[in-house]
Structures are given as structure tokens and as C-alpha cells.
Write a protein that binds this ligand. Structure first.
Ligand SMILES: Cc1cc2nc3c(=O)[nH]c(=O)nc-3n(C[C@H](O)[C@H](O)[C@H](O)COP(=O)(O)OP(=O)(O)OC[C@H]3O[C@@H](n4cnc5c(N)ncnc54)[C@H](O)[C@@H]3O)c2cc1C
Length: 467
């Protein structure tokens, strides 16, 4: 156990950020340390109070819990209590084209019970819930029950050691009462909406934060009945063609309808107003969503960080590796587990992080994102060329051949892309299946042939002289 520099009895571990990455790191670290009869002093720093409503208590996200994340949490004995789950949804509804019928992909056809949604904090501004519903509070409380201590203040900076056997200095507290403590290991789980990203970059140990995109998250209070009437029990994803937007996702969450907007570039406050006037969304739905009850403009990662480690320092979660557009919460768990395993079983020197944590995280998430990027490019292409959209819609909705194996395969590819339940690499491999490609080509030719005949008949009838 342990490399050149390693954790010892009584070592002090500081975790910056009590979001999912930070709390789950504490869980795995304390679990592995117990297995090795190692006693550690773990402190989580986070100024956010997850019991508050609105952005001050929330880690700014849509709150969809992927089935694969749920399974991983259960494996750790972490069962999300029923009262923290806001909705259980039946699947996804994809709107590929304006005014065209949507494509329903259900949990039932994919043998999944349902999709759970949560609030990261205690709900939108001015909302009323009879109980504590925060997902992040649940994980932070779990970490505290495991033995971690929570300090409700923020970390303002770090002083890296001159020699690898020296501790890191952690600076924290308010400007009026700054404080410093020594740590044998520091874990950066501060996400991508933190000023620490740039401060760590300026320490010149090689860290380059991931590239990010400013998105928009808004909550509208419509009431359960109206939401059910408008959207049913489904998450609705719109592929948008009006600039600057790319995707809009509507998620039923109790009395609220959550909207996540992703653009082609950083979104600004007036982009939400622009979106609320778009003609790409059904007017019946737009009529209901006028002024959001709560809104924020969080950053989403679109690449991986570089060199997220140093002697006695490792960066996890969004601030290092996260899956492109999907399951950031699960990436937080994966990176937390890899880093905790490295810290306890391998060591905490640069070389230990590089050969263990970084190598594996890059393989599992970083490289997989390359396939994800290709898949999303392909999806954008299909959605921006009307004839390709029509062909794919017909094939996925089973119009040419109901219940064909290839239709199921195509639907399962779309399902996995939108839920992120399996690695992008696997989805890509499934898409390249020869039988599926042959089916797509054959049905595309048939579709084009039918369209050609229709156009010819129309032309001929136009050219006939009136009787
Ligand atoms: C619009 C949007 C929608 C999303 N929807 C989903 C979804 O539906 N499902 C999903 O799985 N993922 C989703 N994600 C991604 C998900 O939010 C992130 O991947 C996830 O929150 C990353 O967890 P984290 O712990 O790394 O960072 P965060 O959740 O950002 O947590 C970081 C924590 O660090 C704290 N912190 C920051 N700076 C300091 C400091 N200096 N000192 C002390 N503490 C500090 C913060 O207060 C915060 O609590 C979405 C992201 C966006 C932007």
C-alpha cells in the first residue's frame, strides 16, 4: 500500500467543494481507509447551504439521475430516499423537427423502471416543499455520517509545497478573518462555476481547467395538472435550428417545469427571452411559460482538464473530467472513486496520480467523449438536413417496418445517447453495425424513391391542361 508519498495514520485531507464529487470522494476515501485500518481527518469546505432555495443553495443543474448512476450508488449502499426524488418519469420525447410529431422513447421498452429527477438544492426560489429535498444535502450528510467534517466557508487559495514531503497550505475564510491550515492531501472538487479554477491555473503546476459553455437553467411554476396535460410524464428534448440555440430540454419536476437551454456559444440573460419567443416550440406550451420563477446561467464542461494533479493535490468532478452533455453526476462519482482508490492504495505523488487516477479517468471519460462528440455531430447533421430528419424519424418510429430488429436497435441507440446509460464508444459501435447500416441505406433509398414518384406525379398533374 502507498507510494513514495502516501497517507499515514492521522493524515489531514481537505476536500474543496461539497457537491457530488467532494461528498462521494469523502465516502470512498473513508471506506477504503477503514479497509486499511487507516484513520484520517477529512474536512470538506463548502460555503453553500444546500438547505436554501434558489441559486444560493443549488449546484445549478437539471437534476436527472441516470439509471447507471443510481445503480452505482446502490452498489455503495447509498439509497436515495423517496422523499428526495421529485418525479419518476416514463422516458424521453424527442422533437427533431418543427411542427413534426415527436418521437417517444420509453423506459418500459428499455427495461428500466423510470427516470428519477431531483433538486440539487432545496427547490426553486420561493418554492414550498414540506420536507428537505436537496440531493447535494443528502450526499453531504452521508459524507458527514461516514466521518467527514463540513466547514461552511470557502477556500480562497492554496500554497503548494516546495518539497514533495511538505504539506499544502490551504487558505480559507472571509476577507475579514482569513485562516490557513496544513493538509497532507487536497482534493479540488469545486466544479466549473468557481473562481478557484483560474487561481489553480495561476499556480503554474500545469493545470488547465476544462473548456466550458454558459448554459441557461430556468424553472416555471405551472402546477402538476398543467404540466401533465402539456408534456405528459416525459422529458421533452427539442433540437433547435434558430441561432444561438442547440438544444432545449423540458423536465417535469413536481409543480415546476424545468428548462435547460444549451446554445452554440455562451448564453446570456436576453437569450432566454429570445427563446421564449421562438417558433420552434408549440405555442400552447409557450403560452404557459412566460416568466421564470428561478433562473441561472451555469457553465457546462465541453472538454477535459489538463494535468489535474500535483504532489498531494488532485482535482476531480467537473473541474477535471466530465461526460460530454450527459451524466455529469455520474462522472463526479467515477472520478471521486478513482482518486480515493489511488490515494489509499497507490500514493499521493504526481506520479501516483498520473499512472493511476489520471490514466484511468482519461480512458473512461476523456477518450469516451471523443466518440460522444462524433455522435452529437452526427445527430446535429441529421437534424439540420430535413430529408435526413424525415428518414431517421420514419425509421425510428417504425413506420416502414413495425417491430423490426433494426428499428429497435436504432431506438436503443437514440435512448442510450439521450440517457447516457452506456459509454459513447459502445453506442458508436452499435451504430456501425453492418446490418443496421444496410437497413438504414435500404430504407433511405425506398424513401427517396417514394418521394421522387410523388414529385413526378404532382408535376404531371400540374402540367395537365384544365378541363
Ligand atoms: C444546465 C446544466 C444541467 C445539468 N444537468 C445534469 C443532469 O440532469 N444530470 C447530471 O448528471 N448532470 C447534469 N449536469 C452536470 C452536473 O451539474 C455536474 O456534472 C455536477 O454538478 C458536477 O459535480 P461536482 O461536484 O464536480 O461540481 P459541483 O456540483 O459544481 O459542486 C462544486 C461545489 O464546490 C463548491 N465550491 C466552489 N468553489 C469553492 C471554494 N472556493 N471553496 C469551497 N467550496 C467551493 C460549490 O459551492 C459546490 O458546492 C448539468 C449541468 C448543467 C450546467
Amino acid at each position: 500500500m502507498g507510494g513514495e508519498i502516501s497517507l499515514r495514520q492521522g493524515s489531514s485531507v481537505v476536500i474543496i467543494g461539497g457537491g457530488p464529487a467532494g461528498s462521494l470522494f469523502a465516502h470512498f476515501l473513508l471506506k477504503y481507509a477503514r479497509q486499511q485500518h487507516l484513520s484520517l481527518k477529512v474536512t470538506i469546505f463548502d460555503h453553500k447551504d444546500f438547505l436554501k432555495k434558489g441559486p444560493p443553495g443549488c449546484n445549478l443543474c437539471a437534476g436527472i439521475i441516470a439509471e447507471s448512476l443510481n445503480e452505482k450508488l446502490k452498489k455503495e449502499g447509498i439509497y436515495l430516499p423517496e422523499k428526495r426524488i421529485i418525479n419518476r418519469l416514463d422516458g424521453y420525447c424527442l422533437h427533431l423537427k418543427k411542427k413534426a410529431p415527436p418521437l417517444h422513447l420509453t423506459c418500459a421498452e428499455n427495461q428500466i423502471n423510470c427516470i428519477a429527477t431531483v433538486y440539487r438544492g432545496c427547490g426553486p426560489r420561493f418554492s414550498r416543499f414540506p420536507e428537505v429535498i436537496s440531493f447535494d444535502d443528502f450526499l453531504l450528510t452521508w459524507a458527514q455520517d461516514m466521518g467527514a467534517d463540513w466547514q461552511a466557508t470557502s477556500v480562497t487559495g492554496l500554497t503548494l509545497p516546495q518539497y514533495s514531503h511538505h504539506p499544502i497550505l490551504v487558505h480559507y475564510g472571509s476577507a475579514s478573518s482569513p485562516r490557513t491550515m496544513e493538509a497532507d492531501l487536497v482534493v479540488g472538487a469545486f466544479g466549473v462555476n468557481s473562481s478557484l479554477l483560474n487561481r489553480l491555473k495561476q499556480l503554474n503546476f500545469g493545470y488547465r481547467p476544462p473548456r466550458t459553455l454558459v448554459t441557461c437553467q430556468a424553472e416555471f411554476k405551472l402546477g402538476k395538472r398543467a404540466i401533465n396535460k402539456l408534456l405528459g410524464n416525459f422529458i421533452h428534448v427539442y433540437m433547435l435550428h434558430t441561432r444561438p440555440f442547440k438544444y432545449a430540454t423540458f423536465i417535469p419536476k413536481g409543480d415546476y417545469l424545468a428548462l435547460t437551454l444549451i446554445g452554440r456559444h455562451n448564453l446570456e440573460a436576453n437569450d432566454l427571452e429570445l427563446f421564449l419567443q421562438t417558433e420552434e416550440i408549440e405555442p400552447e406550451l409557450l403560452a404557459w411559460i412566460k416568466t421564470p420563477n428561478c433562473r441561472c446561467f451555469p457553465r457546462i464542461t465541453i472538454s477535459s482538464a489538463r494535468h489535474p494533479y500535483y504532489h498531494r493535490l488532485v482535482i476531480i468532478g467537473d473541474a477535471s473530467f466530465s461526460r460530454q452533455y450527459k451524466n455529469g453526476l455520474e462522472s463526479a462519482l467515477v472520478t471521486a472513486q478513482l482518486a480515493a482508490w489511488t490515494a489509499v492504495f497507490k500514493g499521493i505523488s504526481q506520479a501516483d496520480w498520473r499512472e493511476n487516477y489520471h490514466r484511468l479517468a482519461r480512458k473512461i471519460i476523456g477518450r469516451d467523449n471523443l466518440y460522444g462528440r462524433w455522435l452529437f455531430h452526427l445527430n446535429n447533421l441529421v437534424c439540420s438536413v430535413p430529408i435526413l430528419t424525415d428518414i431517421h424519424f420514419d425509421l425510428a418510429s417504425g413506420r416502414p417496418r413495425k417491430n423490426s430488429i433494426q428499428t429497435h436497435r436504432l431506438r436503443s441507440i437514440l435512448w442510450n445517447m439521450f440517457t447516457g446509460n452506456i459509454p459513447y464508444r459502445q453506442i458508436f459501435k452499435n451504430l456501425l453495425d453492418l446490418k443496421l447500416q444496410f437497413f438504414i441505406m435500404k430504407e433511405s433509398f425506398k424513401y427517396l424513391w417514394r418521394r421522387l414518384i410523388k414529385i413526378t406525379i404532382n408535376r404531371q398533374s400540374h402540367n395537365q391542361p384544365p378541363e
